[in-house]
Ligand binder design. Structure first.
Ligand code: ADP
Ligand code: ZN
Length: 636
């Protein structure tokens, strides 16, 4: 029996099952296209909410949605989370006992599942393929689809086999999802999977809830401890470059009384997994890690990401900070920047044997350095790097947009710099041009005859750092353009001429007083006692159920509860993230905790008076036993 799908259905599922009132950008269109049976190629930033895009159609369409995911460790959490929402989800992988595998296979074959998570290797297994051919399949969802492309940063050969989906199951729509894809990788996904005129969705990469911050790195141990003290009890990741510094920082923070564990590829499997698990389950607040940490985490309540050392690329950096704030609540990302980190990175780059590789890596490092040093909205800079134009002048959520900036006129110096670029024939990089301005004699300057130029040494009154940031500024305003050849050579850009003629002014910006984001922006954590109590309750429930706490309710949901203080089932349902299933399972416990809190703190504070409360309770729909029990408990 096929069900008629009304357009309102997916909105209803969003409300009833997930407890959300509105779709995030793109979700509704992707879901509609899937419900129409179309293939999908979706590029959504981390935390964009891709799971719902295949979960809702899996629920609505007849048959089971088969979700292909590369990470066994993630599958279990995803299945747990879906089950908490009352979705019939299961997974099939090599970690299952034969009995459980048999049971799951049976449930799948007989159509009792909404969703089945599998690893790509399954598709080499003839037995499994046989079962699939007999089962009714609602859709295929290929998660982390960039793994199909050799141009991506995480190619996996097993993904190549997935072209068989379209071939062997021509009637089933295939939806691919990824958070990172250049245009080239995007095309690769479509071609390799053989998607048929897919509905293409490329979301904005902006993550407005991340506060993006760059600070000068000086005494890093002290700075990290200070930050952690300001964010005590929040979940966070601290990235470091080397295993040794990961160990050192984790030990140092532990010594200072913070709850922190290390994570890097040098630890044995068991320890690594144990530490990751502890972080996932909020048993430890801080994980200090190399970039080996990340792919396997789906934790939505990471409240900060710190880079204690300079990352190698802006792509990597943005992906790493993207692991915070996935629940949509505010998160703070700090890069502690010191020029002193650059020589170490250059050393590693020079170790690369392949010349193209060296060129690529040093261009990436330059972009990273420029990002950290340029006094311009961080968000604008990052999005520009991903070819996306940010529509506002200021984002209001980065150190530049919220700090005090002083600009000083540097028009004369700009003319000097541009002249030096022109006189040396627009064939050199910034470092060489600065050498000329500072009259730093070398084999090259001699051989090129540049020491007799009129610009030789005209810049000695300013520091190398000054010229470096002026150069970045000139690139930023298109007075200079950078060619990414073997060397990053500078040439005059379209904005150069008016500056040289004295018709346009140039100023350099100096950040004089950076401010941390206004905290607590949404009353997160500190001073919010009720939030803390709800968190403690969540942790207790999660431990009892053997699931990560964010699977019970996200931080954002608890925060909203602590603000609205719902004391009826009806009011509880209006909290974003509370669906029918979660209300039934946990609603009462949380309402009780809120009432207890209100009782202790005098309900006059915000909540309705006792009289109002009792009226409200009576007015709510059913006189279910749960309801009367709660009224009893509340002394009504
Ligand atoms: P990702 O795209 O990184 O896989 P998820 O699917 O895990 O993101 O979603 C991130 C978080 O956002 C989850 O906690 C999810 O429940 C929540 N979420 C997804 N869609 C919505 C929505 N429409 N309204 C509110 N929260 C949502
Ligand atoms: Zn900004």
């Amino acid at each position: 029996m096929t069900e008629q799908i009304s357009p309102a259905t997916s909105g209803k599922v969003l409300r009833d099952v997930f407890g959300y009132t509105e779709f995030r950008p793109g979700q509704s269109e992707i879901i509609s296209a899937l419900l129409d049976g179309r293939d999908i190629c979706a590029i959504l930033p981390t935390g964009g909410g891709k799971s719902i895009c295949y979960q809702i159609p899996s629920i609505i369409r007849e048959g089971t949605g088969v979700i292909i995911s590369p990470l066994i460790s993630l599958m279990k959490d995803q299945v747990d989370a879906a089950q908490e929402n009352g979705i019939k989800a299961a997974l099939l992988n090599s970690s299952l006992s034969p009995r459980l595998r048999e049971e799951t296979t049976q449930n799948f074959a007989s159509g009792r599942l909404d969703m089945l998570y599998v690893a790509p290797e399954r598709f080499n297994d003839e037995g499994f393929l046989d079962i699939m051919r007999k089962a009714k399949i609602a859709l295929f969802a290929v998660d982390e689809a960039h793994c199909v492309s050799e141009w991506g940063h995480d190619f996996r050969p097993e993904y190549r086999n997935l072209s068989m989906l379209v071939r062997d199951f021509p009637q089933v729509p295939v939806a691919s999802f990824t958070a990172t894809a250049t245009k080239r990788v995007q095309d690769d996904i479509i071609r390799s999977l053989g998607l048929r005129d897919p509905y293409l969705h490329r979301a904005s990469f902006d993550r407005p809830n991340l506060f993006i911050d760059v600070r000068e790195k000086s005494r890093i141990d002290f700075q990290l401890a200070e930050f952690c003290a300001e964010h005590c009890d929040e979940s966070g990741i601290i990235y470091r470059t080397s295993r040794a510094s990961v160990e050192e920082t984790a030990a140092d923070l532990s010594r200072k009384g913070f709850s922190a564990l290390p994570y890097h590829a040098g630890l044995d499997d068991a320890t690594r997994q144990k530490n990751q698990e502890a972080f996932n389950r909020d048993e430890v607040s801080i994980i200090v890690a190399t970039i080996a940490f990340g792919m396997g985490i789906d934790k939505s309540n990471v409240r900060f990401v710190i880079h204690a050392d300079l990352p190698k690329t802006l792509e990597g950096y943005y992906q790493e900070i993207g692991r915070s704030g996935r629940d949509g609540a505010a998160a703070h990302c700090v890069l502690f920047y010191s020029r002193g980190d650059i020589p170490k990175l250059l050393y590693f780059i020079n170790q690369a044997t392949d010349e193209n590789e060296r060129t690529r890596q040093s261009a990436a490092l330059t972009a990273m350095r420029r990002y950290a040093e340029t006094v311009r909205c961080r968000r604008r800079q990052i999005l520009a790097y991903f070819d996306e134009k940010y529509p506002h002048e200021k984002c209001g959520a980065c150190d530049i947009c919220t700090g005090d900036i002083e600009r000083s006129d540097a028009s004369t110096e700009a003319q000097m710099f541009l002249s030096a670029v022109a006189r040396t024939g627009e064939r050199y990089g910034a470092q060489y041009v600065i050498d000329v301005l500072l009259a730093l004699s070398s084999e090259r300057t001699k051989a090129n005859g540049h020491e007799s130029l009129s610009v030789w040494g005209i810049g000695v009154k300013k520091s190398r750092e000054f010229w470096q940031s002026l150069s970045d500024e000139l690139v930023g305003i298109n007075a200079l353009s950078v060619a990414d050849g073997k060397y990053q050579t500078l040439s005059l850009g379209e904005a150069a001429r008016p500056i040289l003629k004295g018709d346009a002014k140039v100023s350099v910006a100096v950040l004089t007083n950076a401010k941390a984001p206004r905290r607590p922006r949404r009353g997160m954590s500190k001073g919010n006692e009720l939030f803390e109590r709800l968190r403690a309750l969540r942790r207790k429930i999660a431990t009892e159920q053997g699931v990560p706490p964010y699977v019970v309710f996200s931080d954002k949901t608890l925060l909203e509860m602590s603000e609205k203080k719902p004391q009826t089932e009806h009011a509880m349902l209006s909290v974003s993230g509370v669906g029918a299933m979660k209300l039934e399972r946990f609603g009462e416990l949380f309402i009780e905790e809120i009432r207890k809190y209100q009782g202790e703190n005098g309900s006059a504070e915000t909540g309705p008076s006792a009289k109002e409360q009792s009226q409200r309770v009576r007015k709510t729909t059913g006189s279910t036993t749960a309801e009367s029990r709660r009224m009893f408990i509340a002394g009504l």
